[in-house]
Design a protein around this ligand. Structure first.
Ligand code: KIV
Length: 271
């Protein structure tokens, strides 16, 4: 029998402690085993198996077509590559809105079939019943407010949210409701930095921002975007840390040349 624990080192409690001592939380997305292994070994705190897989892995324009089976496939692949980081899996569109029983069933499938640590849901008071029911089953929940891409057909655009006072006030009360329900952290996407900072100061749970400025408790980006694999997407909040797309393109061209010119394989590269 193996004595090695399958519990990962970063826990929801540890994230809370990080907020309390002012240590910023670093979170990035992964959708497959190889990327997850590299991220985990680099020391990332949280890996999000985001439904942005719909965009960067499957080429869909929105995250709406993502299915629960797709998320479970990506979640399992990521979990196999992670020893340390906390792994959070998105519940996709249509698997939790409006029906808390269905929400619980979806979250249980994610937890049982992927062995991830937590789920993430988009929305505030409208989905609070679903959030509460999932939490009652002992499943940690991360909230997501501001620009919630699963509602893109309602918003109509991907522009900055909560610039007006009424929407800002609703966001603050949604964040409070999620915290009161028991969410362990909340993602705030594409909202004014001053509002995000105010929420982070008012709430005790960690606030993770994407396009929400530096006054929050942590940051998240889509790995393919920050690595420059997906080069078409370049919003102001995105810092590019590499041009991996260019490196891949060069390598592919080089390989094609070598095959065409019969340079590859040479006598050392055969049996
Ligand atoms: O799906 C995703 O990648 C996300 C992040 C943008 C927060 O929800």
């Amino acid at each position: 029998m193996s004595t090695e624990s399958t519990l990962r080192a970063v826990t929801t409690h540890r994230l809370l402690e990080m907020k309390q001592r002012g240590e910023k939380i670093a979170m990035l997305t992964a959708y497959d085993y190889s990327m997850a292994r590299i991220l985990d070994a680099a020391g990332i705190d949280v890996i999000l198996v985001g439904d942005s897989a719909a965009n960067v892995m499957a080429g869909h324009e929105t995250t709406v077509p993502m299915t629960l089976d797709n998320m479970i496939y990506h979640g399992r692949s990521v979990v196999r590559g992670v020893k340390r980081a906390l792994v959070v899996v998105d519940l996709p569109f249509g698997t939790y809105q409006g029906d808390s029983k269905q929400a619980l069933a979806s979250a249980i499938r994610i937890m049982k079939e992927t062995e991830a640590d937590a789920v993430k849901l988009e929305g505030g008071v409208e989905i609070i019943e679903s959030v509460e029911r999932i939490l009652c089953a002992g499943i940690p929940v991360m909230g997501h407010l501001g620009l919630t891409p699963q509602s893109i057909h309602k918003f109509g655009t991907y522009t900055v949210r909560a610039k007006e006072e009424a929407e800002a006030q609703k966001l603050i009360s949604d964040a409070r409701a999620l915290q009161d329900a028991g969410c362990f952290a909340i993602v705030l996407e594409k909202i004014p930095a001053s509002l995000a900072s105010e929420v982070a100061q008012q709430l005790t749970v960690p606030i993770i921002g994407i396009g929400a400025g530096g006054g929050v408790d942590g940051q998240v980006l889509v790995s393919h975007d920050m690595l420059g694999i997906n080069q078409e997407f370049s919003p102001r909040f995105l810092r590019r840390y590499a041009s991996v797309g260019d490196i891949m393109s060069e390598a592919f061209k080089h390989y094609i040349e070598d095959v065409k010119s019969k340079d590859f394989p040479n006598e050392h590269e055969q049996y």
